[in-house]
Design a protein around this ligand. Structure first.
Ligand SMILES: [Mg+2]
Length: 266
């Protein structure tokens, strides 16, 4: 029996266009994964409230890792269930004043920004923005004043971590995207062959676990330098999202098919 496959993917800037969040150019590869019964698991800083309608639009029936590893949303008996892995956001927010005082820093939190600022910073509006702000295990922030390294150290001292996304820094519990991916991989009797795709430094947490790590090139034409440094053996797509995502999936699966078809050498 051939080994199974699974795809773990970041969304914004990886599967979705970084500006308009379109996935149209990725549809052929999404359909191919469905036809070959390869699970496609979103690994995202998005909330369960955002991911559920998107998963339904993409036709995904499997689990999704949300809020940067803070929880796993899965479809059970026709309804979505959120299994927490991280620190509840009320506890994260309660620790922010202490972190600010320690570092003489000022953090602008996504949850307390006014709608105009939250919209400008996230690139979202309307219902999408409201869904994005329904966070349960992760607080995105902009550092207005102070030193990020100091904030990261102070966060660690109160049981939190600071991670870097594309638009925000994120303050969350110590569960990583990588640990959430490991939790899901542990449910397989035999570890499947893993393709993982991302575009931001935080994605290195799960790209490093993959058999086929892929970095999707940014709109500026470059792979993220910090992510590439963390996963130097990753494939870098020629194009940004969503076309680069589609090309990478097809190229890896085509290569695997060719390899499987090659006669064994004596
Ligand atoms: Mg991204």
């Amino acid at each position: 029996m051939t080994r199974g496959w699974i795809v773990f993917t970041d969304l914004d800037g990886t599967l979705l266009d970084a500006n308009d969040f379109s996935f149209a150019a990725a549809v052929p590869a999404i359909e191919r994964l469905k036809a070959e019964r390869i699970p496609l698991v979103p690994v995202t800083s998005k909330t369960a409230a955002e991911i559920i309608p998107l998963a339904e639009k993409l036709g995904l029936m499997g689990p999704a890792i949300v809020e940067s590893g803070g929880a796993i949303a899965s479809l059970e008996g026709g309804s979505w269930v959120v299994t927490p892995l991280g620190v509840p956001v009320e506890q994260i927010r309660a620790r922010v004043p202490g972190i600010e005082a320690r570092c003489k820093a000022k953090l602008s939190l996504f949850s307390t920004m006014n709608d105009a600022e939250a919209g400008r910073t996230s690139g979202l509006s309307g219902v999408a923005l409201q869904r994005a702000r329904r966070r349960q295990f992760d607080e995105p922030f902009i550092l207005v004043e102070g030193d990020l390294a100091c904030v990261a150290r102070a966060a660690e001292q109160v049981g939190l971590v600071v991670r870097e996304g594309a638009r925000f820094h994120h303050l969350c519990g110590p569960v990583t995207k990588g640990e959430a991916v490991c939790r899901l991989l542990a449910t397989f009797a035999e570890r499947p062959c893993v393709i993982a795709l991302g575009d931001a430094p935080m994605d290195g947490e799960f790209l490093a676990l993959a058999d086929f790590p892929v970095i999707v090139r940014g709109l500026d034409g470059h792979a993220n330098v910090a992510l590439l440094a963390g996963v130097p053996d990753a494939m870098v797509t020629d194009k940004p999202a969503p076309q680069g995502w589609c090309d990478a999936i097809n190229s890896i699966l085509d290569g695997a098919t060719r390899y499987a078809d090659e006669p064994a050498r004596a």
